[in-house]
Structure formats: structure tokens, C-alpha cells
Design a binder for this molecule. Structure first.
Ligand SMILES: Cc1cc2nc3c(=O)[nH]c(=O)nc-3n(C[C@H](O)[C@H](O)[C@H](O)COP(=O)(O)OP(=O)(O)OC[C@H]3O[C@@H](n4cnc5c(N)ncnc54)[C@H](O)[C@@H]3O)c2cc1C
Length: 546
């Protein structure tokens, strides 16, 4: 979209009919020059429409105050945080004697459902505003830390996976860091630190503290949900959109952050409807917003550790021993990356050993050579992405030919690339480095020859194992741990109904599985999305049969 078009989508002026509709949901409020309507950091602040006077939107993430927008008669405030329930990133200050209609954040979602045409104008504006803000000089949260610190990586990865705009200030490269830290009353020993504007927020925060800061860890309502979805990858997100849009009380729980494996992909090129590809984080962002618009609740990071049953009710237990109950469960926990079993790997996790190739990881190794291990499409995508960010990429495979496991379009691109070298019949035998990865010993499996290759990062894409070790015996799995569904479970001793199991139903009635976690799944974004959508149909049929 051209910038001027994006601006008009972001800041439309409502017509009299639209204002009259919104006014029925709102309360009129008079304010004086300089009063704040809301401040950066506020949660569940009110949506507003300007009736008279003006509201200036400002941001101060760098410490300086900067105007972002100026709303006059019949312009409205707010951005995606009104839908996600996360804290505001900007502040709204009244300019001159002003009158507004205010509407509670919760009612905005209701308006989106009840008045779709008006709801679309608001939601499009909210999305475009966030995009314009992120593309501007907005710094968001600032993370000050060293590139060789595992905690710095952990914090940056968490923020990126949760789509929080942030800026990383690399202590090893920025000369002014000590002065900057002093300005916050901090020293190098305090790092990594998270600051916003001129305020220090957290010193080397735990993941839970980060989750609370960005507003993703919110208590769930204590009621019986229709559908609890464990896992917020493409399968879980699709089920959330269909479930909540069709009136099911739906909650998504994810151990890390919604998005799953797809969320770590720098570019998905084969998902229908995106001819120029879409990044995993953008796809995730849009899906979360879509699900939240329909009323899905999210809870992350929350790892589910147990599933128990009391009659027809399912109890889903968290790692902190909290629980949520539901009439149906969808298991969409996907698969987790396999790790290399070589000396040095464990010590260098997060300090050069990575399992995703996104901007977050690439920033850690700019300027030095990297190694990608694996011969599948995810390895191919990673190699292509990293070849644009680093001087040289080695792709390491055990097989003798990349074409045996990778789509030909990716192999062709790799072959044409000047800075990717494929090392066939090879494996990493040792990782070397003091605090950070510096080099790898690579063994040629045929000749036994060992060479040391300097590299700042190893990206591993060697397959995945299903995340099913938390499940009880009632949910049958195959020998590799993938969940059985459909007809095959009708013989299970745990299958109690007289009917045949639905296609995506597990050996326990009312518990379904979708996506990569399922026996025989296709391991693609599109198929996971399709299964998530299908599962909701079976949830309806199951609930109707009770
Ligand atoms: C780097 C990469 C690139 C890829 N590129 C493409 C591509 O271009 N095109 C394509 O079609 N496919 C691609 N894939 C494959 C695709 O991403 C997967 O097939 C898809 O994500 C599977 O979706 P899913 O929802 O089944 O599971 P996942 O995406 O694996 O999501 C599962 C979710 O469950 C959560 N979880 C796990 N255990 C628990 C628990 N106990 N409690 C709570 N939550 C839990 C995880 O945190 C995760 O978020 C790629 C995969 C990777 C890794």
C-alpha cells in the first residue's frame, strides 16, 4: 500500500451516521487543554471520538516527545491494543477545550461484531496505525544488553515472538551505552535491562515478568469453556478464529507465544493468497487479532503439563498448578525442534546455537559466517534468508544431494547463490567457543576428514519431535509420540462412545488433535490451518451429541 493510502486508512474522518452509531455506545466527556485521555502503558483505556477541539497523540519511546497524530472533529483514537488488551504504546493529550465520546475497550469488540462495516473501518485503522508507528522512528521498548549474553537473546526472542515493537542496543557495539545506562541510574552489571522512554522498567527480567509487562499473561475467567486449545500455532489459531466466530467460548494456551513453528519462519512462500510470501510473525499477528476480535482469550506463556477428566469435563493443568476446565479440548501442540547431540551444544544454546532464522537471530551474527544444519525446506529458507544477512552460509547435510529432501525451487536458489556452500555427507562433531560460538569442527562422514570452520552461529533444522509427553494414557499415540485420531482409535480401550470417532477426534471423546502433532499430518501451514478449522466442526457435532 502506498504511504498516502495507508495514512488515509489509518486516520479516517467518520461521517455523521458513523458518529451517531458510536455515540449510542459512548459517554460524552469535556476536557481541558493539556489533560491526558490515556498514557503509554495504560491497559483497557477508552476508545474516543473527537466531537469538538482536538487530541494530540504523542510517543516518547526515545526519551524525547514526538507527535504521532492529531485528531480533530470526528477523528477517533485507539490502535490494536484496544483489541489485544495490551498496554498503550502512545499517549493522548487534549489540545484546547475539547469534547469527546468515550467508549470502553470491551464495547469496541462488541461494535466490531454487531456493526461489521463500521467495525472494519476501525480495525483497518488500528492495524494501519500500528504499521505506521513501527515503521517510524518509534523505538518501543529498548533492550540494552550484550550480543554475547544469553539473557539478552532470551529477552529479545520473547519480545519478537510476541510481536512487541522494540529496539536492541548492543552494548558491544554502541559506544554511548555506558552514558545511556548512567542516565537511567544503571550500570553494565545491571544488563540486560529493559527501558521505555526515560524510565528503566526491568533488570534482567524473567520471562514471566516480561509477559506481565507486555500484557500477555492475563488471568483466565474461571468458567467452563466450550473449547480449550492447547498450542497457538497455525492449527490452534485457525481453530480459535472458527471457534470464537461461531460462538464457542474459546481459549488458546501456549507455552511460549502464539505462532508456533510458522511464527519463526522469516518468509512463508507457499501459503495460499500471499503471492509475495508472508513472514510468520505477520501471519501470526493477523491471526491473533482476528481471533481476539471474535472473543478468543489467550494465555501465554503458560505450559500445559497435565490433562485430566472428571465425567465429561476436561481439566487442563498449567505448570504453576493452575487449571482451566472445558467441555472440549483441541491438542495443537505441534512439534519441537530436534537438537544436535554434540559436545559444546548445550553450553552455547542461545549464544550461537539457534533453531529459527529470523531478524532476532540474524542480528546476533551479522558480519560473520554461519552454518545451517539440515536438508529440508526450513533449512533451505533459513539459508536463503541468512545469505542476505551474513558473508557466508554453509549448509550441512548428511545425504549426498540436497535434492533428496528439499523442494527444487529452493535448491535452485541455493545453487545460484554466491555465498552459500553446501557441504554434503558432513556433520558437526564439536562446537567451540568461550561464552559464544566461535567455530565448529566439521567431519566428512565418508572420508573421516575433520576441518574447523569459524562461525558465529549454527542454525539447526533436523526435524522435530511431537510435543505430547504431557498427555495421559487415554490419548493414544503411535510409537513416535504422534497422536492417533479418527477411525483407528475406535478399537482403543479408552474409546467409550457407541458412535465412530470423528475424523480428528482422539481416543478420548471430546478431545481432538490437529496439525503437526497428529499421526499422518502433512507438516505444512495450510494443512495445519485446515485441520484447525475442521476440528471446530467436530467440536460442534460433539457438543450437539451430549
Ligand atoms: C523455520 C520453519 C519454516 C517453515 N516454513 C514453512 C513454509 O514455508 N510453509 C509451510 O507450509 N510450512 C512451513 N513450516 C512448517 C509449519 O510451520 C508447520 O507445519 C506448522 O507450524 C504446524 O502448525 P501446528 O499448529 O500444528 O504446530 P506448531 O506450529 O508446532 O505450534 C505448536 C504450538 O504449541 C505450543 N505448545 C507445545 N507444547 C505445549 C504445551 N505443553 N503447552 C502449551 N503450548 C504448547 C508451542 O509453543 C507452539 O506454539 C515451517 C517450519 C519451520 C520450523
Amino acid at each position: 500500500m502506498a504511504k498516502s493510502d495507508q495514512h488515509s486508512v489509518a486516520f479516517p474522518i467518520l461521517d455523521d451516521t458513523q458518529v451517531a452509531t458510536l455515540a449510542t455506545f459512548g459517554t460524552r466527556r469535556s476536557l481541558r487543554d493539556g489533560e491526558f485521555l490515556f498514557r503509554a502503558g495504560d491497559r483497557d483505556y477508552n476508545f474516543f471520538v473527537v466531537e469538538r477541539g482536538a487530541v494530540e497523540i504523542v510517543e516518547h519511546s526515545s526519551g524525547e516527545t514526538r507527535r504521532v497524530a492529531f485528531h480533530e472533529r470526528h477523528a477517533f483514537g485507539g490502535d490494536v491494543s484496544l483489541v489485544t488488551g495490551r498496554p498503550a504504546l502512545v499517549s493522548g493529550v487534549v489540545r484546547g477545550d475539547t469534547e469527546v465520546f468515550e467508549i470502553a475497550a470491551g464495547d469496541i469488540k462488541r461494535i466490531m461484531g454487531d456493526r461489521p462495516a463500521l467495525g472494519d473501518v476501525l480495525l483497518r485503522a488500528f492495524i494501519a496505525r500500528r504499521e505506521l508507528l513501527v515503521a517510524s522512528d518509534f523505538q518501543g521498548l529498548r533492550v540494552i544488553g550484550s550480543g554475547s549474553s544469553r539473557d539478552t537473546f532470551r529477552i529479545r526472542e520473547f519480545l519478537a515472538r510476541n510481536q512487541v515493537p522494540f529496539t536492541w542496543i548492543d552494548m558491544d557495539r554502541e559506544s554511548q551505552v555506558r552514558e545511556l545506562l548512567r542516565g537511567f541510574g544503571l550500570s553494565e552489571e545491571d544488563t540486560p535491562v529493559v527501558v521505555f522512554g526515560s524510565k528503566p522498567l526491568l533488570r534482567n527480567p524473567s520471562t514471566r515478568a516480561m509477559a506481565e509487562l507486555i500484557g500477555v499473561r492475563r488471568p483466565l475467567v474461571q468458567k467452563t469453556y466450550d473449547l480449550v486449545i492447547v498450542g497457538g500455532g497455525p492449527a490452534g489459531l485457525a481453530a480459535a478464529v472458527y471457534g470464537s466466530s461461531e460462538g464457542l467460548a474459546t481459549v488458546v494456551i501456549d507455552a511460549v507465544a502464539p505462532g508456533g513453528q510458522a511464527g519463526t519462519s522469516s518468509k512463508i512462500e507457499n501459503y495460499l493468497g500471499f503471492p509475495t510470501g508472508i513472514s510468520g510473525s505477520e501471519l501470526t499477528n493477523r491471526a491473533i487479532l482476528q481471533a481476539q476480535k471474535f472473543g478468543t482469550q489467550f494465555s501465554s506463556p503458560s505450559r500445559v503439563t497435565r490433562l485430566t477428566f472428571v465425567n465429561d469435563v476436561n481439566q487442563i493443568w498449567f505448570d504453576d498448578e493452575g487449571l482451566v476446565v472445558s467441555r472440549c479440548v483441541l491438542i495443537a501442540t505441534g512439534a519441537d525442534y530436534r537438537k544436535l547431540d554434540v559436545p559444546g551444544r548445550e553450553r552455547l544454546e542461545g549464544s550461537g546455537v539457534y533453531y529459527a532464522a529470523t531478524v532476532t537471530e540474524a542480528q546476533m551474527c551479522r558480519g560473520s559466517d554461519v552454518i545451517v544444519v539440515g536438508g529440508g525446506n526450513s533449512a533451505g529458507q533459513a539459508a536463503m534468508f541468512l545469505s542476505e544477512q551474513t558473508p557466508k552460509v554453509y549448509v550441512l547435510i548428511r545425504a549426498s544431494d540436497l535434492r533428496m529432501s528439499m523442494s527444487s525451487y529452493l535448491v535452485d536458489r541455493i545453487e545460484k547463490s554466491d555465498n552459500i556452500e553446501v557441504l554434503t555427507q558432513s556433520k558437526i562433531s564439536k562446537m567451540l567457543g568461550d561464552g559464544r560460538l566461535e567455530a565448529c569442527e566439521i567431519t566428512n562422514c565418508q572420508t573421516g576428514e575433520v576441518r574447523t570452520v569459524p562461525a558465529s552461529a549454527v542454525f539447526t533444522f533436523i526435524g522435530a519431535i511431537p510435543c505430547t509427553d504431557w498427555l495421559p494414557k487415554e490419548i493414544e499415540k503411535d510409537s513416535k509420540g504422534f497422536i492417533k485420531t479418527g477411525r483407528v482409535v475406535s478399537d482403543s480401550p479408552y474409546w467409550t462412545a457407541k458412535r465412530e470417532p470423528f475424523l480428528l477426534e482422539t481416543s478420548r471423546c471430546g478431545v481432538f488433535a490437529a496439525g503437526d502433532v497428529r499421526v499422518g499430518s502433512i507438516k505444512r501451514v495450510a494443512s495445519a490451518v485446515g485441520e484447525g478449522a475442521m476440528a471446530v466442526l467436530f467440536v460442534h457435532e460433539y457438543l450437539a451429541s451430549l
